[in-house]
Write a protein that binds this ligand. Sequence first.
Ligand code: AMP
Length: 280
Amino acid sequence: MILFKKAEALSRYLLQQKQNGRNIGFVPTMGALHEGHFSLIVSSKEEQAITVCSIFINPTQFNNPDDFKHYPVTVEEDIGKLLTAGCDVLFLPSADEVYPEGYTAKKYKLGVLETLLEGRYRPGHFQGVCQVVDRLLQIVQPAVLYLGQKDYQQCKVIQTLINSRQASRDIKLKIGPTCREKDGLAMSSRNLRLTGAQRQKAPLLYKALHAAKEKLPTHPVDEIKAAAERFLTAEGFAVDYFEIADADTLLSSTRKSDRLIALVAAHLDGIRLIDNLLLN
Ligand code: AMP
């Protein structure tokens, strides 16, 4: 595995690879790597000649400074795991490398995607996501970008970004399924912050999603949502939202003929967890 800290050196290297006919698969991450990240790396390795993983905790996507301060950092372990996984290239930039002097943030047009669900509860978050992904795509210029369904709305936002960038229209987005622990909890770097008791509670998020899926054929959507929120609140979660939405537009929907997805965001003593499940 080759480790790059400088954007220019990485771009030069990858350009050479592309000129030699090698396609690049790219897996951007914020580190504290787990099986969810590695499932994307495995897909990229199966399908592309060169797999690039980046680790960068992007400050501009954190609307909550406390969340940024406590975001887990495990770079040494991450490098060891990436070596074992056979990742070809690791990009480990400093903030100055991603946002060099003179960088000015653009305003990305994301429409309603920016104001609902995560956008509503994390103002500015998706602008920050677009800033970093825009820069990383400029630097890496992959053929295929690998993202996880765990961050479903983020996938939609990044697809919008790709469609809007002339230079990135050819980049293909591939979305891998959410990797879960045995008890159903969606793997997440933030799970490292959970205490033993919180870790025991956390799988109830998936349980609530699953219950919604089971009830869909027989119960009205509004009732399903209300019951899920009541259940999680009674179990000690502070629920931001439990929404059932059209899986394409992410607009709230009660029409069972739509392709529906349930999405949830809830806090356990200040640690915010998200998850989602396609319902039909
Ligand atoms: P993060 O490091 O949390 O920014 O995530 C980096 C990439 O890994 C994103 O595309 C995430 O959607 C994806 N990812 C995170 N958790 C999971 C998971 N449990 N299963 C599959 N992909 C995931």
